[in-house]
Design a protein around this ligand. Structure first.
Ligand code: ZN
Ligand code: FE
Length: 260
């Protein structure tokens, strides 16, 4: 099993840190900034054992050079030569063993073309974990900066096929804004109302709303629900040319969210 905790960075990024319960060797995912990572390492006496990168955006990669300056550690990431410092290039369906856990790599293009996600099912009765960067957010999905709606749909569909109890460790605290939009898409979704209330409570206490579980996302996240009648209807109300094809529905609601 893994102990997984967030290191907040910038305005709304989470750098996820994980380690085995009996180990001081930690890995970090998407360190956009080195300073908050170094602070946590020294506060807990942790040893940085490696870095995982999901995609090339600077808020996910900006800390690599500083964190590796005086450390000889592996940096895992996508096959993109624009990311400086990757030592281990990962491709779709690759596996890598970190902290005694086997991770599966899933290519998830859409937000960017190079985007990958890291999934682990540690094999005991703990929840599996997914580090999904900016592909899937709690209540939302990443903007389509480089990829198409088709690519995002197939990436999200693959993530949606993971076990229901998978914990979703995304890279941003965007949940409240995402759920505001989700409620505009599905005003009658009861589970979404409940999720929004829980999230409002967490936010009022300044606590992270991440991780969520895949089950919750399947029930509440409109970008995983583009085949549901209410979401199809909302998309065609927004854009009458939109049919029931889930890719078109995703395209319409993504564009709607961009201007929400
Ligand atoms: Zn990004
Ligand atoms: Fe980001």
């Amino acid at each position: 099993m893994l102990i997984i905790s967030p290191i907040p960075a910038f305005n709304d990024n989470y750098i996820w840190m994980f380690h085995a319960p009996d180990s001081q060797d930690v890995f970090v995912v998407d360190p956009g900034d080195a300073r908050p990572v170094e602070e946590v390492l020294s506060r807990h006496g942790f040893n940085l054992a490696g870095i995982l990168i999901t995609h090339h955006h600077f808020d996910h990669t900006g800390g690599i050079s500083e964190l590796t300056r005086n450390r000889n550690i592996p940096v895992y990431g996508p096959d993109n030569r624009n990311i400086n410092g990757i030592t281990h290039t990962l491709r779709d369906n690759d596996t890598v063993k970190l902290s005694n856990c086997q991770f599966e790599i899933m290519a998830t293009p859409g937000h960017t073309l190079d985007h990958i996600a890291y999934f682990t099912d540690s094999g005991d009765d703990e929840n599996p974990a997914l580090f999904c960067g900016d592909t899937l957010f709690v209540g939302g999905c990443g903007r389509l900066f480089e990829g198409t709606a088709e690519q995002m749909y197939s990436s999200l569909s693959r993530l949606a096929s993971l076990p229901d109890n998978t914990r979703i460790y995304c890279a941003h605290e965007y949940t409240q804004a995402n759920l505001k939009f989700a409620r505009a898409v599905e005003p009658n979704n009861q589970k979404l109302q409940e999720q929004a209330m829980q999230v409002a409570e967490l936010c009022s206490e300044n606590r992270p709303t991440v991780p969520s579980t895949l089950r919750t996302e399947l029930d509440t996240n409109p970008f995983l629900r583009s085949d549901q009648p209410e979401v199809i209807q909302a998309a065609s109300d927004r854009d009458p040319s939109s049919g029931a094809n889930p890719v078109d529905v995703l395209r319409v609601i993504r564009a709607w969210k961009d201007n929400f």
